[in-house]
Design a protein around this ligand. Sequence first.
Ligand code: ADP
Ligand code: MG
Length: 597
Amino acid sequence: MSKHPGSQTICILDPATVNKIAAGEVVERPASVIKELVENAIDAGAQTIKIEIQSGKGAITGIRVTDDGSGMSQEDAVIAFAPHATSKISHISDLDTIRSLGFRGEALASIAAVSQVTLCTKPREMATVAGTKVIIEGGEIRERGEIGTPEGTTILVENLFFNIPVRKKFLKSLATELAHINSIVEGLALSHPNISMHLTHNGNEQIVTEQSSRLLDTIARLFGSELVKDLIPVEHNQPGILVSGYISRPSLFRKNQSRLLLSINGRYVSSHPINAAIVEGYGTLLSKERFPIVFLSLDIDTKSVDVNVHPTKKQVRLSREVEVCSAVREAVSHALLNSDLIPAGTMTTPRIVTGLSTPNPYEASYNQVPIHASVVSEPTHAGIITTERQLRQTELPTGIQPAPSLVPELEVIGQIGGIYILATTPSGDLILVDQHAAHERIMYELVSLKSESICRSQELIVPVTLHRSARDAAIMRELLPALAEEGFLIEDFGKDSFLVRAIPVVLGTLEQTGMVNEILDDLSREEPGRFVSNRERIVRIIACHSAIKAGTVCTPDQCRRLLQQLRKTKNPFSCPHGRPVMIRFSREQLDTMFKRT
Ligand code: ADP
Ligand code: MG
């Protein structure tokens, strides 16, 4: 029961309590202490930062951060622990141009309020002066004096949360806390490749980065040089916004967003809108619920970035968010569209369907067509005619000069199982093309472009009536305008039924009305994960249903024309759902596989 309002007495909290409360915002766990101390070292101009973690009995017992930065004078060493003590700003307007990581003057005060801190520091500027040692416990200065110490600063934090048992109780297992520390140090190292960082746990090396002017060196140090091979450089410049860094080829992905690493003006941050922009930049190169590995740094006019929205400054607010996101999207898609993205096949690659026992990471909606020994290798007459019609629809009107292809000239060798086309490049690489995925891609680009020849609508001789469940009918009603845009003339007939009067020409002969039902089923299914617009979904479904099917035996000439059309697409590497269209075995790879090297 709350007290009667009248009986309430208001009192102003004492400074020690205020500090402990404030500390709760900044110092959530050991990793937050490290973040603050390392950021201070970076601001102090350190070139080398050493982070030592000690643990015992399943908990972190000590954190020591040593830097070779500016150091502090004796007076500063004491003032630094006062709340709101900072050397980085003196007026609120300084925030408009701030380049340092710190500015709130809260970190040292907060850390000292909830732990025992030993600071040893010696200023670089006044090299003759002795060093200073300060010991603070729960915010109270216990000891201060001179000490012999190298130039720079060492801060030792022990007994974290000794005076806040609740917080201590909520700390996670040692392994979890160490994982948080690792990811904080990774982020700091990636946003500052020019600083060497060294993290140890009980004396064992965890992370070591060398000073380098190249972000790629730091990435290789942190995640291994294998990863670097699968990265594509990004460089994009527009007034007030510079985007640079590295992104993974679409063949490399994660199931979550944990490797979307972002820094804005040297500050390692997280941002949902920018993450979304990155994923949008990949477009159809990634299937849903797949996320790339990305290291991007953004340099944005400091006036457009509000860094003061969160006590730990993990988030920032961008006043030109829309513009920044579109720059990121543009940067990512431009980098991808200018690279050769054919994934390499390997003996063990799970991308190749070697048998039904191999799990296909490109999952269910890609029907696995069983290859029977008895499969006809000759195309049927009806098959040739259908394929002919499908290929003619996607023939580019003559006279249009497409951009230079991202795929080399391909010479057709043959087709396997009516599914894969085998081809070689002039340099002797073997290329395997999934014929359905390839035609789906071609169709998708033409339908997206609203190519005249593709987007015509054809009236059904006999309109088809569809009955939907109440839920599906609601979804249908919502989709009707977008469907009409793409050539589906469907009338709401009331009582959850609809009358289909016309469908896009590309969907084939008029008798195939069963397909209409199938398409509408696809559309009413909720798509989990990433947001895809209704139009985009309809375009993808039309592309999928109108493309040459897997299992269709094609003539050599048809295979050739299909590959020619594919080479003209903007993105010949993946189908609209993000699955690969082709896989390459290079000559060297084949030689290795046959042990010729
Ligand atoms: P902020 O970083 O927001 O200014 P802090 O509480 O983190 O606030 O630090 C207070 C001040 O102490 C800093 O402004 C800086 O002048 C000084 N300081 C802290 N750490 C270091 C360090 N490692 N080297 C030199 N000066 C430091
Ligand atoms: Mg700070």
